[in-house]
Design a protein around this ligand. Structure first.
Ligand SMILES: [Fe+2]
Length: 127
């Protein structure tokens, strides 16, 4: 079982020391706080706030997944060079339809060199 780097489990001191390393790998779920039942809405998953991730042939982001609690909703796979072999903030918009109950979204990403990363949970109220 691979180690999963989780946003909620990283200590404050570690966050400061490894700030660039952590930032460039950490996925963020960006979406409305509240959505209407049955309506389609966008969920953006973006890696890193400040530091872009490399896009080298042996070091790149290969997978992004969107989860609602324990259910995998969607995923996107990448090959090396998609971002022109330049460091970049990998991002993708998933479009999903709001179910009957509120959601707790999270994202996972895989770096070919630095493993599996899990975002913070993002609560989305369905009205
Ligand atoms: Fe990496």
């Amino acid at each position: 079982m691979p180690r999963v780097f989780k946003a909620i489990e990283i200590e404050k001191e570690e966050k400061e020391i490894k700030r660039d390393y952590l930032d460039r790998h950490m996925p963020h779920v960006i979406c409305p706080d509240e959505v209407k039942r049955g309506e389609k809405f966008a969920v953006k998953v973006k890696l890193g706030d400040e530091y872009p991730h490399p896009d080298d042939h042996d070091h790149y982001i290969s997978l992004i997944q969107l989860w609602n609690r324990e259910t995998l909703l969607a995923e996107a796979r990448y090959t090396a060079g998609v971002y022109g072999t330049l460091p970049s903030h990998v991002e993708i918009d998933f479009y999903i339809v709001a179910p009957d109950v509120s959601m707790n979204l999270s994202a996972m990403s895989v770096c070919t060199k630095h493993g599996l990363w899990q975002s913070e949970d993002r609560a989305v109220k369905v009205i």
